[in-house]
Structures are given as structure tokens and as C-alpha cells.
Design a protein around this ligand. Structure first.
Ligand SMILES: [Zn+2]
Length: 166
């Protein structure tokens, strides 16, 4: 899904965490971090700005294998353990939930999908039917995307986020 949808869901997750008292309400930090965490796996887009529709393959799919993030978060949790950093684990949980939701959103893909069992099994899964051909460029990707019903799902997510925001 698009950056805007990942960011919107990141905002909603922060809103929920703050309203439940899991994260502090007197600062914008939970919202800011949540929206960054929600886009973390798309870091491969920076390596693929000209072929953004194909960014999953830019870093050999490394940042779009859920298992890799599980390993990263587990290591970070272990390294941070002796330091007793305030609110570290609530924020780490925020990162973990956002990255998991990123992969669920990316599984609504007209092209690519998510290799949930990678790097061992690189078959990519999508909840929806993928475009019949691989797009040649970003314009062609946008063309397929705008014709697909998934665009309405994204618009619905943006509207819900706007309503929560107001
Ligand atoms: Zn992604």
C-alpha cells in the first residue's frame, strides 16, 4: 500500500496507545514515532526511487521479510535490557505492531505482495488478485492501481484517519 496509508494507520495505532494510557499523552512523540515505524519496511524505497513500484526487490526483499524484523526487534530488546531506558519497551512494542500492520497492508497488493515465510520461502502472498502483467514504469503501476478496488480501501482508511484527527 501507499506511504499515506501506512502513515495513517501509524497515526491510528498511536492514538489507540495514547488513549489507553500505554504511551504518554503530553507529547507528540508517540504519534511521530508511530508514523515512522509504520513506514520502516519501505526503507528499501530509498534504494529504488526511480522504480518505486518495485522497491521490495531493491534490497533483495530484506526489509520486506517479516522474520528479519522479528530478529532485529528481539536483538534490540536484548541489547537494551540492562539499560532500563524509560518507556523503551512500550515504544518497541509500538514499532513491532506497526511493522506487523505494514506487512498486513502490503499483503493487499496488486503487484508483489509479501513473502511471509521469507527468506526461506520467497513465494509472495496477496489477499487480492494481482495485476496481470508487471508494470514497466511507475506511470503504468499508477494506471493499474487506480483501476483496482483496493484504491477505495485506502481512501476509506484516509477518511477514517481524518475523522479521528478532527
Ligand atoms: Zn512496504
Amino acid at each position: 500500500m501507499t506511504t499515506l496509508s501506512h502513515t495513517a494507520l501509524g497515526f491510528l495505532v498511536a492514538k489507540l496507545a495514547v488513549s489507553r494510557g500505554w504511551l504518554p499523552a503530553d507529547t507528540s512523540t508517540p504519534y511521530l514515532l508511530s508514523m515512522i515505524f509504520a513506514n520502516l519496511p519501505d526503507i528499501d524505497g530509498l534504494a529504488s526511487l526511480r522504480k518505486i513500484y518495485d522497491h521490495h526487490n531493491a534490497l533483495k526483499n530484506l526489509s520486506h521479510y517479516p522474520a528479519n524484523w522479528f530478529i532485529v526487534f528481539t536483538l534490540v530488546a536484548m541489547v537494551a535490557f540492562p539499560f532500563e531506558i524509560r518507556l523503551f519497551y512500550p515504544y518497541l512494542a509500538l514499532a513491532g505492531i506497526n511493522v506487523l500492520l505494514h506487512f498486513i497492508l502490503d499483503t493487499f497488493s496488486i503487484y508483489n505482495g509479501i513473502a511471509w515465510f521469507g527468506p526461506w520461502n520467497t513465494k509472495k502472498y496477496s489477499f487480492i488478485r494481482m495485476a496481470p502483467i508487471l508494470p514497466a514504469d511507475t506511470r503504468e503501476w499508477v494506471h493499474w492501481y487506480l483501476k483496482h478496488w483496493v484504491v477505495y480501501l485506502e481512501i476509506a482508511l484516509w477518511i477514517v484517519t481524518l475523522l479521528v484527527l478532527l
